[in-house]
Design a protein around this ligand. Structure first.
Ligand SMILES: [Zn+2]
Length: 362
């Protein structure tokens, strides 16, 4: 795996705004819609999305800075990783975390077993993770290696990346969860006295849980919004209730559409001739409906056409927004004597009201 900062072309010191901008620029350049699904560019788009999934999330970025690529693997637990590093340092093992030396970390089998359990000893497969960029389950709450003897299970934190139109329309999404949890067979005890080890977990008391969950994403989800799904976190000790699953929604930029509050905006180029004489524009709204809009004769640069209710969809707390098309007059790339004459004609009846004391000096 290449350095995520390199993939986005930003410094390790980049602000979250700079990271976002870099991602946006690259995502627009390599978006499959813009590259005719060129396989190499689509691959690059995936890398870019995966890098932003981590660096665009302050919590995950912190983990990545501290632990490198390992932190992006499913089931990674920062507390265990720190404990392990601490133990190695204390025994003179000369253990280093920083990204440059990350490769030496990966080859340490016992380390991987410690962090992820035996399943990951062979080198950490990421199989089972979906295309939505749902990240690794960074645990939180009363965790630690023993999962706490009593009380509630831990919350699982996960990022859910939606594409722009999914966020607008809402969607039903399958989320793959993969995390270390108390063994469901022995309840975390590892076995019974005199009865040997639990066959399900080999006496460790923990297992990697792999499961799929269907989640309904309501229409109009905002970037950064958190959704709490009750009782879908890790199991609790006997008598306690499970933790929750907390999803942080990330909305990917769209090649053409942008959002302002509840409205969705797009800029459409138009020739002077069509702006002056009027035309019709056929288009698909963000809701997927094909419509024809009249561009009135005499439309100006910046004229806005509005399709009510076709922006972000409404939800319990907010009304639906509009889809707004802004016209941008495109001038010819070269001027010819005939065009210069036409431009003079076009300007004859135009009265300019310049602000303040401004004037054109020919
Ligand atoms: Zn067990």
């Amino acid at each position: 795996m290449r350095d995520l900062y390199q993939i986005l072309g930003v410094d390790r010191t980049a602000t979250s705004d700079e990271v976002k901008k870099a991602y946006r620029r690259l995502a627009m350049k390599f978006h499959p819609d813009r590259t005719d699904n060129d396989p190499k560019k689509s691959e690059k788009f995936k890398d870019i999305s995966a890098a932003f999934d981590v660096l665009g999330d302050p919590e995950k970025r912190k983990m990545y800075d501290e632990f490198g690529e390992l932190a992006t693997r499913p089931g990674f637990d920062p507390e265990q990783a720190r404990q392990y590093a601490h133990a190695r340092e204390a025994s003179g093992g000369g253990f280093h975390w920083n990204g440059d030396q990350g490769s030496s970390v990966h080859s340490t089998d016992d380390f991987l077993k410690f962090i992820f359990g035996d399943m990951f000893g062979g080198g950490g497969s990421q199989a089972g993770f979906d295309d939505l960029g749902a990240g690794g389950g960074f645990g939180s709450g009363g965790g630690g290696f023993g999962f706490g003897a009593t009380g509630r299970g831990r919350d699982l934190l996960q990022t859910l990346t939606l594409d722009f139109l999914q966020a607008i329309r809402g969607d039903q999404i399958e989320i793959h969860l993969r995390y270390q949890d108390r063994c469901p067979t022995c309840g975390g005890r590892g076995g019974r006295r005199g009865a040997g080890n639990c066959p399900a977990c080999g006496g460790q008391g923990t297992q990697i849980i792999d499961r799929t969950l269907k989640v309904r994403i309501p229409p109009g989800a905002d970037d950064g919004r958190k959704m709490r799904i009750r009782h879908q976190g890790t199991a609790a000790a006997a008598g306690g209730s499970p933790g929750d699953l907390v999803l942080t929604i990330r909305v990917q930029p769209h090649p053409f559409f942008t959002r302002k509050d509840r409205d969705v905006l797009v800029t459409v180029p138009i020739t002077i001739e069509k702006a002056l004489n009027g035309t019709k524009l056929k288009l698909e709204t963000p809701l997927g409906k094909t419509i024809r809009l009249t561009v009135p004769a005499g439309s100006q640069q910046g004229t806005q056409l509005r399709v009510p209710g076709h922006g972000m969809q409404g939800n319990a707390s907010q009304p639906a927004g509009d889809f707004i098309i802004t016209l941008k007059i495109q001038l010819p790339p070269r001027i010819t004597p005939a065009l210069a004459e036409a431009a003079r004609l076009l300007s004859e009846d135009v009265t300019l009201e310049l602000p303040g004391q401004m004037q054109y000096v020919d």
